[in-house]
Structures are given as structure tokens and as C-alpha cells.
Design a protein around this ligand. Structure first.
Ligand code: ATP
Ligand code: MG
Length: 458
């Protein structure tokens, strides 16, 4: 098939180019996705029109990357990235081309692209396919192969090895042997890549159906040692009891088992036991223990995520989930204990923490199943949340001003009294009543100040 049907919107857009005497092609991921029968993420087109001309041809064009010859065309509700045919010269820092020169033909433009599957163009509006590197054959074979010499291409841009790994997990494709072998010699170049770009690739990898496919290639090729050495250190760290896997395989499995739609959970799954190597103690019978490994793991997760420039909200959420993942519920817990758990973990984090626990359980044995008592614990939490309403100081029936008006001096004392009231309400939610709390407040204040006499009543 050397011609493919072209979506109406692209036909329409291309007429503006052809009427002005220019050529335009659909390129990049959208073409690949057509052959994979996947919904295209975004439209990229390539043209021989210089960016200034493209800006004149359409009413709404944003110069999003004009230095690289890229503008974004807003056309009938769609946003189309349009790049003038390029050839790139020199990558002395392994990050970005030193200069961008325009190319005369689509073939030359395709030759600077990373993988054969990403180097297919579709001429618009006629749908004629230009595929000089047999990208279609590789897509059919499920193969990721660089355009041209793999070592050279990875040597030019150290992000490409990571893109290869990410695509392999996203598409369930294999890396061509020469492409895979070229990753290790290029690690020095990958080391120079901006952390934000590494982060974006890692996030895409973690949001793929089975991230461990890519993580194992990272391990095999040295990318894991380079970018996530704390994770690589978990290889060969054996565990105890029910654990079937070493720490790293356990982390891979937990990451896979976390819901695909939550990057934070996938990160938490991947890092939840990352502190095990440094906390492991082996007794005289050869039994390992990992005391407080969740605290060490949360610290390491925070360090790694900060190094990769993840937003603070992501860092905090992941570290919190990791720090709390060792909770242990018993059916004989009192309601007060359930309420204290809710306060410690935070209402909004509980569903994610339960997902993490399920993933952790699965990754211990390799068998899916509901962890012991977990659904019962969930029901108890739901019951308590539906019945009781005081899960933070703000929810108390009195506030600091009420205490001050009753004669308790403003300052640390009010804080202490409020905390005491909160503890009392956690033990017995019935106490969350203005009069009863004021009584407890007065008694507690008198006790801590040793006054023995009642503070002035309101
Ligand atoms: P997706 O958007 O689904 O992640 P994509 O293939 O469209 O995949 P983009 O990052 O949008 O990826 O890039 C568009 C195209 O630009 C690619 O298909 C490829 O042809 C080219 N490309 C992107 N990054 C590089 C790179 N680092 N080196 C060479 N070519 C690249
Ligand atoms: Mg794209």
C-alpha cells in the first residue's frame, strides 16, 4: 500500500500549502500510529515552506520553536506542529544541535529522525507514502531501529537511547540488536542530557502498559546505573519469608501492578522499597530484616525525584505514599485506631495507599489476590468517614478564638489545648460538642498550668 487515506482536516490544511507552491507531509508519531491502528496523539507536518511563509499563509500561527523552524498552526480547532524540512549539523554537547539548517527534500529531513518507524512521511493531500528506511517493515516486525548508524545517532543526542527504551515499553516493540548494543557506548552522552528531558521520558515509560519491559532494558544497557543508581543497587538484594524475588524484581513488579493512569503511584511502586539495601540487617540464622526501610525509601525517593526535577507536589505525594506503605491493620483495631490512621495518612491519600498495598502484595508472590484484611479495613474506614466528621483541628466544634475568649492566653497554650481536644475527639467523636469541649479545655489547661482553680468562665 503506497497511498493511505488522509483525514479531512489535513487535506484541507494542505491545500493552503500546495496552492502557494509548497509541499507538505504528515510525519512523526502520527504516521507510525496510523500503521499501528492507534489513535494519533498529535499531528506533525513537515514542509519546504520557510517558517515566515507559513506564518503568512495561516491566520493563527504561533512561533512555538521558530529557532528550530517550528511553528504551531491553529486550524479548524486542531493544533498542528509544522516544521520546515531540516538537516542537523553538529551536536557538540550531546543535547541539542549546534545549528539547524533547512533541507531541500523530505528524504533529507527523514534521515535526521531517530528511528525508522518515526521516519515515514505521507504526502498531503494525496496520501503518497515516503518510506526510505523501511519503517513500515520494522513496524510490522515490531522493531525499533535507528535511522543509519546507531552509535553515531546516539552519539549525537543522548536522549535517543531513552526514547528507544520508552517506545519499546509503549508499543511492546523489541530493540534491534545493533540499536541496543549502541546504548552502552553512548552513556557518556546520555549523562549530559538535561534532567527535565530524562524526566519526561521516564514518565512516559512509567505510563506505558508494562513499564518493567523498558526498565529491564535500561538495566541491561547501563542506563539504570547511570540515571537511577539507587534502583540499580537493589539488584541481588535477597529478601525473606514470603518474598519470591530480590528487591529490584519486586520493585519492577510492584510498579507494573500500580494503575497505569497514575504516574505518582507508578513512581511510588517503583521506589517503595528502594531503601532496603541500606537498611538490611542479617541475623546469625541468615534471616534478613529491613527495619524502618519505608523511612529510608521515602528519603531516597525524594532525592531521586528532586534530582530529576519532578514538581514538588509529585515529590511530596510519592514520598508520603512510600513512607506510609507499611501500615498494618488488625481486625481488632478500635474505631479510634481507624480514625488515627485516617488522620496520619490523610483521607485523600487512602485510595492510592491501598492501590500501592495491592501492588506490593502481588509483587511479593507474583500472584494477584486481595491482601489479608484489606477490604475489611477499607469498609471500616468508609464507615468511620461516613459517621464521624472531625479529622483535623479545623473540624473541631471550638477554635483558638473560643479558647482565648474563655481566658486561655493566646500562644503555645492554645495550640496544646486544641491538640488535646482533637485527641479526645478522635477517641470519642461524641465529644465534638462546644460545651463539652470547653469543659475539657478548662480542665486540661488547669492541669498543665498547675492552677487547680478554674479559668474565668465565658
Ligand atoms: P509521541 O508524541 O507519541 O511521544 P513522536 O514520535 O510523535 O511520539 P515526538 O517527540 O512528538 O515523538 O517527535 C516527533 C518526531 O520528531 C518523531 O517521530 C521523530 O521523527 C522526531 N524526533 C523527535 N525527537 C527526536 C530526537 N531526539 N532525535 C531525532 N528525531 C527526533
Ligand atoms: Mg508526537
Amino acid at each position: 500500500m503506497n497511498r493511505i487515506p488522509v483525514p479531512g482536516i489535513l487535506k484541507d490544511l494542505s491545500r493552503t500549502f500546495t496552492e502557494a507552491g509548497y509541499r507538505v507531509y504528515l510525519v512523526g508519531g502520527a504516521v507510525r500510529d496510523i500503521y499501528l491502528c492507534r489513535a494519533a496523539g498529535d499531528w506533525d507536518v513537515a514542509t519546504d515552506a520557510p517558517p515566515e511563509s507559513v506564518m503568512r499563509l495561516f491566520r493563527r500561527v504561533i512561533p512555538t520553536g521558530i529557532a528550530h523552524g517550528t511553528v504551531t498552526i491553529h486550524h479548524k480547532g486542531a493544533m498542528i506542529e509544522c516544521t520546515t524540512f531540516r538537516t542537523e549539523t553538529g551536536y557538540s554537547d550531546g543535547r541539542r544541535p549546534d545549528s539547524v539548517a533547512y533541507a531541500a527534500t523530505i528524504e533529507e529531513d527523514l534521515s535526521r529522525r531517530d528511528f525508522t518507524m518515526n521516519a515515514i512521511a505521507v504526502s498531503l493531500p494525496d496520501g503518497e507514502v515516503v518510506d526510505p528506511f523501511n519503517g513500515r517493515g520494522d513496524i510490522k516486525a515490531g522493531l525499533i531501529k535507528t535511522v543509519g548508524n546507531a552509535e553515531e545517532r546516539f552519539g549525537e543526542d543522548g536522549l535517543r537511547p531513552l526514547r528507544a527504551v520508552r517506545f519499546s515499553a509503549q508499543l511492546d516493540f523489541r530493540l534491534d540488536d545493533r540499536t541496543k548494543d549502541a546504548i552502552r557506548p553512548a552513556l557518556g552522552v546520555t549523562a549530559l542530557v538535561a534532567k527535565e528531558r530524562v524526566r519526561d521520558e521516564l514518565s512516559k515509560l512509567l505510563r506505558s502498559p508494562v513499564p518493567s519491559t523498558g526498565l529491564r532494558i535500561m538495566e541491561e544497557t547501563g542506563l539504570l546505573d547511570l540515571l537511577l543508581p539507587e534502583l540499580a543497587a537493589c539488584r541481588g538484594v535477597e529478601q525473606k519469608g514470603l518474598h519470591r524475588f530480590d528487591v529490584l524484581d519486586h520493585l519492577y513488579l510492584a510498579c507494573d501492578a500500580c494503575p497505569q493512569n497514575s504516574l505518582e503511584l507508578r513512581l511510588a511502586g517503583l521506589f517503595h522499597d528502594i531503601g532496603k539495601p541500606e537498611t538490611r540487617v542479617t541475623d546469625e540464622h541468615g534471616i534478613h530484616s529491613f527495619h524502618h526501610h519505608e523511612v529510608a525509601s521515602a528519603k531516597i525517593a525524594e532525592k531521586v525525584l528532586n534530582r530529576l526535577r519532578y514538581p514538588q507536589k509529585t515529590v511530596r505525594t510519592v514520598a508520603h505514599l512510600v513512607a506510609q506503605h507499611m501500615f498494618h491493620y488488625e481486625p481488632n483495631w478500635s474505631d479510634a485506631a481507624v480514625r488515627r490512621f485516617i488522620v496520619r495518612v490523610g483521607k485523600e491519600s487512602i485510595p492510592a495507599l491501598f492501590d500501592l498495598r495491592r501492588a506490593d502484595g502481588w509483587a511479593i508472590s507474583g500472584v494477584r489476590g486481595e491482601p489479608l484484611h484489606l477490604s475489611e479495613f477499607g469498609e471500616r474506614i468508609d464507615g468511620v468517614l461516613a459517621r464521624d466528621h472531625a479529622f483535623s483541628l479545623k473540624d473541631l466544634a471550638v477554635n483558638g478564638n473560643d479558647l482565648i475568649r474563655s481566658g486561655i492566653p493566646a500562644g503555645p497554650e492554645t495550640g496544646m489545648v486544641l491538640k488535646e481536644l482533637f485527641e479526645a475527639v478522635l477517641d470519642d467523636p461524641e465529644l465534638n460538642d462546644r460545651n463539652r469541649l470547653m469543659e475539657i479545655a478548662r480542665a486540661f489547661y488547669n492541669r498543665i498550668t498547675g492552677l487547680g482553680t478554674a479559668v474565668a468562665r465565658e
